[in-house]
Design a protein around this ligand. Structure first.
Ligand code: TMP
Length: 215
């Protein structure tokens, strides 16, 4: 069986990635494609523990360097134990975030306070030459997105507000970062997330068909 395609969805807080991933997975399954959805951080058992450390608690409990190391630990385990074996079986994998989030959040978000080479080296060591086949970046005004996300993640049950609680400038930086990243390689697609769930889904399907299904 041939290798599956690896699709990643990226974007700031409250951009609607999770909803769109569910819809895209259902669409592809309808076409007879075997699909697995997953996420970073937290796509594995160890990842769930790392997610708790990274996404809850005081926003200043660690800096960008420490965060990048933990996100890459999560990524390494996720790739080795879940993503690569699935792709090898011919399953398509859709991941809610991947390495571009580390560049956007830990590099651009924190105003480039860590050396970009650190992230390039971490990528080379932990991921190697492997790249997503398609990365869809959902672009949204941070003021709207963060409010949406706080409503969902600030509930007593979730309490994942470590990043949402950062100042608006952080979120504006990372939005600019994602926009720059989108220009850097043809496997990126930047879509406006400030539209209805249905019309955004149609755009995502169109891009997925054009890029991956008409090969
Ligand atoms: P989520 O809420 O989209 O599931 O993502 C969890 C949080 O982790 C979100 O605030 C973005 C952040 N994050 C990073 O800062 N760097 C990363 O590399 C990843 C994967 C996520």
């Amino acid at each position: 069986m041939g290798k599956g395609c690896f699709i990643t969805l990226e974007g700031g807080e409250g951009s609607g990635k999770t909803t769109q991933i569910g819809l895209l997975a259902a669409y592809l399954q309808n076409k007879g494609i075997d699909v697995m959805t997953t996420k970073e951080p937290g796509g594995t058992e160890v990842g769930q523990e790392l997610r708790k450390i990274l996404c809850t608690g005081n926003k200043d409990k660690m800096d960008a360097v420490a965060e990048a190391l933990l996100y890459y630990a999560d990524r390494r385990i996720h790739l080795q134990s879940k993503v690569l074996p699935a792709l090898e079986r011919g399953t398509w994998v859709i991941s809610d975030r991947f390495a571009d989030s580390t560049v956007a959040y830990q590099y651009y978000g924190y105003d480039k306070r860590l050396p970009k080479e650190m992230l390039d080296q971490l990528y080379a060591i932990t991921v190697g030459h492997f790249r997503p086949d398609l990365t869809i970046i959902l672009d949204i005004d941070p003021a709207k997105g963060v409010a949406r996300s706080l409503k969902r993640n600030g509930s007593a049950a979730v309490q994942e507000t470590r990043f949402e609680s950062r100042e608006l400038a952080f979120h504006e930086n990372l939005r600019r970062g994602f926009r720059e990243i989108a220009q850097s390689s043809p496997h990126y697609v930047l879509l406006n997330a400030d539209q209805s769930v249905e019309s955004l889904h149609r755009e995502i399907v169109k891009m997925t068909e054009e890029r991956l299904m008409r090969k």
